[in-house]
Every structure is written in C-alpha cells, then in structure tokens.
Design a protein around this ligand. Sequence first.
Ligand code: CP
Ligand code: NVA
Length: 325
Amino acid sequence: MAENLLAIDDLGDDFKGILDWAIEFKRAWKSGDDIAHGFLPLDALTVGCIYEKPSTRTRISFEVGISRLGGSPLTLLKGDIQLGKSESISDTAKVLSRYLGAITYRCFAHADVKELAENSTVPVINALSDKHHPCQAAADLMTILENFENTDDVKVAWVGDGNNVLHDLMLACAMLGIDCHYAIPKGYEPDEEVVERANALAEKNGSALVETNDPIAAVKDANIIYTDVFISMGEEHLKDKISDFDGFQVNMELLANAASDWKFMHCLPAHRGDEVTDGVMDHDNSIVFDQAENRMWAQMSLLTYLVDKHTWETMGEMMGLGIWD
Ligand code: CP
Ligand code: NVA
C-alpha cells in the first residue's frame, strides 16, 4: 500500500480501484446518494497544501475536495512559511507532521517532494514537480475510463514535450495496459529512467509504449490525443524552445489522422495557438473540462485511500465495487 504519492506508479495494483472509487463516488455525489454525503473520511483533519508555483486546478480541486470530505484545507503559498528561506525541507516536514493529516506539495525539483515525504509522518502527495504530476494522471485515466467502456483497443497519442505530465501519463497507461504512443521533437525525450519504468509496466500488462518524432505516426488511428504546453513552469527562460515544436501543434489537420471517435485531452492551462488551436480546444470531442473536474474526484479518492484506507475500503464496498476481489 502506498504511504505517499510521488509518482503514479507508487499506487501499484490499487490504481484501478482508486479510479473506480472516484468514478462511483462522483456518480453517487451527483445523485445525492448517502454513501457520498454521509461519510467524512477527513473529519477533523487539516490538509496542508504548499505551492511554490501558481495553480488553478490543483489548488481549487484540493480545497473543495478536502472540504467535501469533512477536512480543512490549509493553502500555504511560497513565501507564507519559512520553507526555503530559513528552514530546511526535513525540519518543515517534521513540524508540519505534528499538525496536519496530510500534505500536498507543488515544487520545482522532484527531489524536494521526495525529501518532504521521507521526513514526514503523514501522507505526502506530489501536486506537480518538474518530473511527475500523478494527480493529473489519476484524473486523466479516470476520464479515459469514463469515455471508453473497454480500453483494450484504446490508443493514447501524446504530441509535444517529454515532460512531467507525459511521464505520469505513460506510467498510468502502462499500469492499465493501455497503448501509449508519444511524438516528441528530437532533444525533448522523456526521462530515460521513467521510460524504463513505464516499459516494464507495459510489458507486464501487455500494452505498447512507442516513441516517435512523427506526430502523424503517433496520432494515426488514436482514440485519445493529448498535448501540454511546450514551455513548462520553471522553463520561462527557455523561450526559444518553442521553435523546436514546429509541426507539433494539435490542430484539425493533424486530427484527420486520428480514429473517428477521437477525444482531445490537455491538462490545462492551454496556450491556445501554440500547442493547440481554438478549433480543437472548443470541439465537441474535447474533454479537457471533464479532465479538470475529475482532478477533484480522483484526488478525493486518493486522499481517502492514503489517509484512511479502512474507510476507503468500507465506502468502496458500500458503493458495490469489487476492488478487493
Ligand atoms: N493541470 C494543472 O495542474 O493545473 P494547475 O497548474 O492550474 O493546477
Ligand atoms: N507541464 C506543465 C504542466 C502544468 C499543469 C508544467 O509543469 O508547467
């Protein structure tokens, strides 16, 4: 069982159950079902949410989701606390563990969230680092499961940078045995160590993980086409990078190569006109705002699972899920 969530593969075999729980909990909540409204797994707990970078989705979805689970979110923006100024990450982790039920941390260097987790006695969730974005991948795979009843023949195509969002997307697809093809310009390959982990999972679960420099090859007959900004947070000084992404924009011409039931995904925020056109973002087949909504439901399942697995299991059983068969 995962104690922290630093990368999506920390969840191991429980990943699918966490997604099924989120899908069923969302349905139950929206239909006013007692299972969703009668349990408060975070009752009397405060969850500290530290941000070194800006956030819309992650911040709001955690704040609302924690409140709906009966807990209190405590958002700590860079500059609010001593972290990084006059106090080390390890001392901060030890102090915060005395007050909080869990900690979420959006940071620059992945080593920082690892260090926080290693020194914390409460669950730590990576809310985006330069290497991983597991909460995004959980919401993404939840959204894919909602859209495709059978994922055996689903092909996911990534077009863009070999970045943090791709890392967890490829791991998450491999964990569920979903084919993932990614097109990146030469020089922007994803981290080799992550690709090795994803390849091992893909082999175990019988799916393909394919790298190419050709967006058309990746998108060919794909059901899901996914992109992200070409310049991530922390890379603002690399403005020239954008010229290396000529031909990697997701537009209607590129999507002509996709399967007829294609869906477009983006973690957001989108830079319309760069990595994606308005026509694609606003197309009926764009599911980007479902993804954004699902950040909240997926994180509610993750938080309940990490903070109080017994209650998570009880709620899962009451929702009729065969998670533990
Ligand atoms: N997708 C995502 O993490 O968005 P924010 O940066 O707004 O949190
Ligand atoms: N790759 C982007 C994702 C933003 C949600 C970044 O790290 O800035």
